[in-house]
Write a protein that binds this ligand. Structure first.
Ligand SMILES: [Zn+2]
Ligand SMILES: [Zn+2]
Length: 394
């Protein structure tokens, strides 16, 4: 089959690789109909995630048709059958361990066969993730014609035929991730919510914050068309950090107190208009002295109101430098974070799409054949051609 394969920093290729096979009686094989390139794929693409190796297959946002089903998956879940159309959550979860039972499926204790590698970096291991490094399981991703899905009785979620791929594909990651970002804020009526990053996750975090009752949502980015998209589709108030002082403007918009809840939907490759800070972070990151460029996170922490909440869904891989712990501690700020527990949010978000309350398709800028994946990564990384989200069609 054809698959999108990493070749080293900023290099991807579509190559012929062996078809996936059932390896475990609970596996399924999915024939992929749509798969998206994610902002977090760019961290892999750029070489910032340890243990993602040349030859590895990208992709944790994919859906398609069940073409093979292991005997134990059939037995445990009789309603799932060959021929069903499904979306697949990006965290791999067994459904039975303590975190899974508590709805914390991105922390499944049974889906990362390389947990020891993750423990060296993080102390404990999160779940395995499709196409996201050997440290997180070494699972081939779904930017391919076929993908093997472990714990097929737990993950795949059946979707109705009358909903298009574009309507449901983002339930695999970016919609639940944005939703969880707002959910972790525990938004109270009257709250002002500020979101760093107007990429797909930031767009959905803005939308979720509005639905959850925020009085005002402010979105911070530097890409004009992304800010305009958030204003149009989520009602967020746009701030372009290249044209304004974010801290000052946020104070002015909140009678001096700062936003009650702040969301980091940027993660480890943040840019800033303060050249010295960016150069410092970038130098440390390139020299592997720090694994992140945490400018957006620092700014979010310094902005949030006393007693407020910082919700982090932008992806970080390791250690940060110049982390304002004093600001957090002295001002009673709550920090909440995590990879999205997609399985937990999926049924509710599916119903909201089904009823027409949410139409996630507005983030899509490009549909490309799988064969053009390298072009897709390139324009997405450089934000060319007003690229916000690329959907690949195998
Ligand atoms: Zn993703
Ligand atoms: Zn589990």
């Amino acid at each position: 089959m054809k698959a999108v394969v990493w070749q080293g920093p900023s290099k991807v290729d579509v190559q012929e690789v062996p078809d996936p096979k059932l390896l475990n009686p609970r596996d399924a094989i999915i024939k992929v109909s749509s798969t998206a390139i994610c902002g977090s794929d760019l961290h892999l693409y750029d070489g910032y995630i340890p243990t993602f190796m040349p030859g590895d297959i990208f992709g944790h946002e994919f859906m398609g048709e069940v073409v093979e089903l292991g005997p134990e998956a059939r037995e445990r879940r009789p309603d799932l059958q060959v021929g069903d159309r499904v979306i697949v959550p990006f965290p791999i979860a067994c459904g039975a361990c303590t975190p899974c039972q508590r709805g914390l499926t991105s922390l499944c204790e049974n889906s990362n066969p390389n947990a020891g590698e993750a423990e060296k970096v993080m102390g404990h291991s999160p779940s395995g993730i499709f196409g996201y490094s050997h440290m997180l399981g070494g699972y081939p991703g779904g930017q391919a014609e076929y993908a093997r899905v472990p714990f097929a009785d737990v993950g795949p979620f059946k979707v109705d035929e009358d909903l298009s791929d574009d309507q449901v594909l983002f339930l695999t990651d970016v919609l639940p991730t944005g939703w969880m970002a707002a959910d972790m804020c525990d938004i109270q009526s009257g709250d002002v919510v500020a979101v760093w990053g107007a990429g797909p996750v930031g767009q959905f975090a803005c939308l979720a914050a509005q639905i959850m009752g925020a009085a005002k949502v402010i979105v911070i980015d530097r890409v004009p068309e992304r800010l305009a998209m958030a204003a149009e589709h989520t009602g967020a108030h746009p701030l372009n950090y290249e044209n304004t002082s974010v801290l000052k403007e946020l104070r002015e918009l909140t009678a001096g107190r700062g936003p009650d809840r702040v969301i980091d939907a940027v993660g480890m490759e943040a840019h800033t208009d303060v050249t010295a800070i960016h150069a410092y972070d970038k130098t440390k990151q390139v020299a592997k002295l720090s694994t992140e460029r945490p400018h957006a996170l620092r700014e979010a922490i310094l902005s949030v109101a006393n007693g407020g909440t910082v919700s982090i869904v932008g992806v970080y891989g390791g250690l940060v430098d110049k982390f304002p712990i004093g600001s957090l501690m002295n001002r009673s700020v709550t920090v909440r974070t995590g990879q999205a527990h997609v399985h937990r949010y999926l049924p509710d978000l599916y119903r909201r799409i089904r009823s027409g309350e949410i139409d996630p398709t507005f983030i899509i800028s490009h549909h490309l054949p799988l064969a053009d994946a390298a072009h897709g990564f390139d324009i997405f990384k450089h934000k060319e051609q007003e690229c916000t989200k690329v959907v690949l069609k195998p």
